[in-house]
Design a protein around this ligand. Sequence first.
Ligand code: MF3
Ligand code: CO
Ligand code: CO
Length: 264
Amino acid sequence: MAATIKTPEEIEKMRVAGKLASEVLNMIGEHVVKGVTTEQLDKICHDYIVNVQGGIPAPLNYGNPPFPKSICTSVNHVICHGIPGDKKLKDGDILNIDVTVIKDGYHGDTSKMFVVGKPSILAERLIRVTQECLYKGIELVKPGARLGDIGHVIETYAHKHNYSVVQEYCGHGIGAVFHEDPQVVHYGKPNTGEELVPGMCFTIEPMINAGKRYSKILPDNWTVVTKDRSLSAQWEHTLLVTETGVEILTHRDDETIDRIINHS
Ligand code: MF3
Ligand code: CO
Ligand code: CO
């Protein structure tokens, strides 16, 4: 099935949902400190989404088995879908917090990396290169570009830094449905894959490992970890393809990329 094209009314709702998701990441930053548990971070985000934003945390009860929490917290060698729990964060931990807010029936999905105290130089570099992978992908988004172009630039940049790209999980179309077509893989060949059209909304969310690309799922049926226990990083944005380029629906003010990129 091909991607859905959003109407102007739907696009406005995607803007609202995207902004709310980005605001959750802004809000939670000061709480990510040594000694806090990811369960506490989950509760703060849950209450903020529900009580302040009037939204719904999409992960809660999503899928089968139902995801038990409202955000994903993926620490160190966890690639994605980490379940918030009672383990305390410690100095040097790195973690991805992935937030998806539903507002007025539409989804905004975004994640960023946080560090606790002082991370290693290696961890810092992995985090930076992974964000650059996301940005390089976003910079290619415009009508006529193809999904393989995006995957290719991400894969090439990761490999140049001797990192690997997780293949089992990918970006996705998004709208009234959390995960819809197309699949946006973070590897590929230029000039292949679906062609981008104005009004498409999808995520790019590269998962980059310091070691090998292979992953496994823990017995909780959600937590995805690197097989070799190497560190993993991820960043995610929800995007709208415009007539001239891209609008980052989950953009935050602390970023070095513009919210709107106009290629004409
Ligand atoms: N937010 C994740 C994504 O980027 C999906 C999480 S599904 C959950 O697609 F159930 F684990 F929350
Ligand atoms: Co996503
Ligand atoms: Co997400």
